[in-house]
Design a protein around this ligand. Structure first.
Ligand code: ATP
Ligand code: MG
Length: 564
């Protein structure tokens, strides 16, 4: 690839709106450009990275028996109505009408289409198992498209689907995918965790997420170093260290003007962990009083798993249900169902008195009021692991892939049935598995960069070698760089030849920014001693090698770098 004949628009400055490192660097290195919010153009270097990742995806999917297909982006509404997701999914789905006013949508995922094909084409247990995959554009009207290509409204996904006769078959297919995913992320040079996750809107019985640690991530995982427990914080069970409980008697204490936990704690001279936060929500079934320890935060998704959909109560609803204003409410005497966080099972606490300006001290959950306990709080670093008790670490991560045991939800609703060995009709048992190539690229940039630019792993670098001549005006340097470019192409390397008439500083900066694994510099050493510099981007170590040894040296270095 000759720079002067290519589109590699590098930039000196970060894009104004960019916060994530991968966003800044992928724009500056000329990989991508944003057309509109969450809609990106992949320029030649960006496209090459995607191609590399997609190549790895295909190899690993084929290795576990995957068959590549292409499912449409444009879907008729009917299949989504049959699965119930036409109603269940809100604004994230792009909907439109065709010229005959028929409802259509743009595919945000493809379980429905897969179940539809299965319903048409699979008849018997002999047709199973099947593994189908595609690398296809998905359209989702994301609420907050941001962080460059990490969350866009149009993006590529490798999605695969397994179809089996029974749970045992699904378990096997699921394990094969899990292993394939580990190979994929290893090969792409990512650090990642495999964590338990919440199946959410997909439904189904089990799921794992593949999480690449990065401060730009939007997810958090809790990791236990001792027993290897790892889970999305939406699910993670942490046990907060219990506070020292004073020897309180049950009594009412005046708390004038103290409404928040912090205010009450200061007034009473206690740690916030000795107070209970009482929050009134309205679920489908009516008002629910939710209790978490004063130093903790309620996790919305954890609560939703217990009470279903909910919203915060309005101040007048609080007054009506509990007879006290927000800030004074508590569980004692409350005539609404109460759900308390697990950490409140033991101990004596301060709670709102359901009377303006008063709290109750020495309240024991389960004694002064009855409630059900559930895990409701946001797990934090330092809490005990729910499995072994060792301290958990909470880390920010990018979700790069996930795997779901779907079960029969889609095959039942779309009629994907087969006859088993006994001639009985049975719904096909499905699994669904996703990976975002753009997220892999961005996560790799997040994990592998320095102050000057990207440090691509060999496997997904847009090209392998960057060749430049320091002084293009010097005919010998220019000619030698050209020869080296041709020689390396002949040896099978992917080479970016910076043949621009630019100042050396500009070329060096761009080479560091783009971050190809090997750089070859033809400069004054050539004139003085017939040598050129071969440098690896990773360690920035220069090797001065005789001109004739360039290709051999690059081959050696390539072996080293491609091994990890
Ligand atoms: P998230 O929770 O981040 O929204 P998701 O659970 O919606 O992700 P899936 O629908 O399971 O993700 O998609 C599978 C994979 O596709 C994800 O693991 C991720 O790599 C990628 N992906 C999902 N949404 C986006 C997006 N908006 N932009 C880029 N990649 C995405
Ligand atoms: Mg999503």
């Amino acid at each position: 690839m000759r720079w002067t004949r290519s589109l590699v628009p590098t930039l000196r400055e970060d894009p104004a709106d960019a916060l994530a490192v991968s966003h800044k660097l992928m724009v500056r290195a000329g990989l991508v450009r944003q057309l509109a919010a969450g809609i990106y153009v992949y320029l030649p270097l960006g496209q090459r990275v995607l191609d590399k990742i997609n190549g790895i995806l295909r190899e690993e999917m084929n290795r576990i028996g995957g068959q590549e297909v292409t499912l449409p982006v444009l879907h008729p509404a009917e299949i989504w109505q049959q699965s119930g997701r036409w109603q269940a999914i809100g604004d994230e789905m792009f909907r439109l009408k065709d010229r005959n006013a028929r409802d259509m949508c743009l595919g945000m995922t493809h379980e429905e289409v897969v179940a539809w094909i299965a319903s048409k084409e699979l008849r018997s247990y002999r047709d199973l198992p099947q593994v189908w995959y595609q690398i296809q554009t998905k359209e989702r009207d994301e609420a907050r498209p941001r962080s460059g290509v990490l969350r866009t409204r149009e993006f590529l996904m490798k999605d695969s689907y397994t179809l089996d006769l029974d749970e045992a078959g699904l378990a096997k297919a699921y394990d094969a995918h899990r292993e394939a995913y580990c190979r994929i992320f290893d090969r792409c040079g990512l650090r990642y965790y495999v964590v338990e996750s919440d199946p959410g809107m997909m439904g189904g019985s089990g799921s794992h997420e593949f999480m690449a640690p990065s401060p730009s991530g939007e997810d958090e995982v809790a990791i236990c170093e001792r027993c290897a427990y790892a889970a999305n914080v939406e699910l993670a069970r942490g046990v907060p260290p219990p506070p020292e409980f004073p020897d309180w008697k049950l009594e009412e204490v005046p708390t004038p003007n103290a409404r928040t936990i912090a205010e009450v704690a200061t007034l009473l001279g206690i740690a916030p962990s000795l107070a209970i936060k009482s929050l009134l929500y309205v679920a489908k079934t009516g008002p629910v009083l939710v209790l978490v320890r004063g130093d903790q935060t309620l996790h919305d998704k954890k609560l939703a798993r217990v009470v279903g959909e909910f919203r915060p109560a309005h101040p007048d609803e609080v007054k009506a249900a509990l007879g006290a204003p927000v800030g004074s409410v508590g569980p004692v005497g409350a005539r609404v169902p109460i759900v308390a966080d697990e950490s409140l099972r033991d101990g004596l606490y301060v709670v709102g008195g359901n009377k303006e300006g008063f709290h109750l001290r020495g309240v024991r959950p389960g004694r002064e009021f009855s409630c059900r306990f559930a895990d409701l709080h946001v797990t934090q670093t330092g809490e005990g692991c729910g499995q072994c008790g060792a301290p958990l670490t909470v880390e920010r991560v990018i979700e790069v892939g996930n795997i779901f045991k779907l079960g029969t939800k889609y095959s039942v609703s779309l009629g994907a049935l087969v006859l088993d060995e006994g001639g009985q009709e049975r719904p096909i048992v499905m699994g669904s598995y996703g990976i975002g190539p753009a997220r892999i690229a961005a996560a790799a940039v997040e994990q592998r960069h320095d102050g000057d630019g990207i440090v691509w792993p060999w496997s997904i670098a847009p090209l392998h070698v960057h060749v430049l001549a320091v002084n293009t005006k010097d005919p010998e340097q220019g000619r030698t760089a050209e020869e080296i470019y041709q020689e390396l192409l002949g040896a099978g390397f992917e080479v970016l030849f910076d043949d621009r008439e630019e100042r050396p500083g500009v070329k060096f900066k761009d080479a560091d920014l783009i971050g190809l694994p090997i750089r070859i510099t033809v400069g004054n050493a050539l004139i003085k001693e017939g040598a050129v510099e071969v440098r690896s981007r990773k360690d920035r170590r220069d090797r001065r090698v005789p001109r004739r040894d360039v290709t051999v040296t690059v081959k050696e270095l390539a072996r080293e770098l491609s091994a990890g």
